[in-house]
Design a protein around this ligand. Sequence first.
Ligand SMILES: *Cc1c(COP(=O)(O)O)cnc(C)c1O
Length: 422
Amino acid sequence: MTHSDNGFFNSFGGKYVAEVLRRPLDELEIAFKEAMADPSFIKELETIQRDYIGRETPLLFAETATKLLGGAQIYIKLEGLANTGAHKINNAIGQCLLAKRMGKKRIIAETGAGQHGVATAAACAKLGLDCTVYMGEVDVRRQQPNVAAMELYGAKVHAVTSGSRTLKDAVNEAMRDWAANPDTTHYVLGSALGPAPFPDMVREFQSVIGREVEKQVKERGLDVAAMIACVGGGSNSIGFFSPFIDKKEPALIGVEAGGIGDGVGENAARMTGNAGREGIMHGYKSRFLLDDDGQALPTRSISAGLDYCGIGPQLAALGCSGRIKFTSARDDEALNAVKFFAKNEGVLFAMESAHAGAEAIRLAPTLPKDKAIIINMSGRGDKDVFITSPVFRKTEWLSFLHSEIERLEANEDIHTAQIMGK
Ligand SMILES: *Cc1c(COP(=O)(O)O)cnc(C)c1O
């Protein structure tokens, strides 16, 4: 099941959209297929992957971690070394390049925590495209560092004031915009979900991760027992797993956000929790966290990127068929994994990726020493300083924030004037 069959992965997927979106989706599907069959497009994509994103990303042998855990050799795919700090840029660059080829000059995107917005804004800056990012008003307030980055890249951040003013409202608003402006505009969806052809397209643009791993594993002659990735919408995991899906080995393990516990609203476990069920939302059929009326349930995770009620349809199908094994890691386990790999490997995991790290810490000791396991570190943790510092060193962090506020309030005018040369 490496590709959809007419938009479906077994019973999941599809294209459950308003009539007005059928034509743009159909045109996108045709343009995508043509581009992927055109050697000049592939060459352009590979050049920008190399020179702008910084591919290929390294596969690091985590030697100290391996010794400490005393089992399988642990390897880390350092996707967080990609420009902008995470895997999301692979998809953003791919789709923006495709949009350019289709003659579209305007890009729109949705964003929750802001990571996809940042990647899309950067890709648009690089490729000279106009960029508008829809973001719930609540998220705009919570995620100012990412809003600032998007604006530096020249994007317009549109605060969405409808509904709960979070990610799902931003998606609705972006779809409305696309339906109104299909000829000039391309909608860069941020994960391997949404209506067809997005799940196939996002997987293909992210599959560069898995193809590099396949090559790196061969070069080093590793005997890989398992590959582990965190699963939000599912783009880093499906790209990482993609070349191995049709093989029996290695084991493919997806890690969901276990949040603070098993109760409803305490996690984002669509495949492993109690509240996951089949449903249709945002244009696709998959497994969602839903209440008895079919409404989205609240989710909870320390990592913004895993805090979502749906999962990509291909992952749902591969979970149901048993090819991908799902598990979850709680907030505290992810925080421990951040500490463990920072201290022992000098690698700072993003909170999302640390969920995969936590599973590796559990799994490695149960496997023999001649086997390898690979963690996809989907992003680096610099962005999480506002989340990790209040947990690890609350007093010092509070005093830092207070002093920053005092400094700004006292010096604001002088400072700005000096910097701007007035
Ligand atoms: C957004 C994000 C994720 C989750 O998204 P997927 O589509 O499941 O990959 C994971 N890791 C990082 C670093 C992210 O920014």
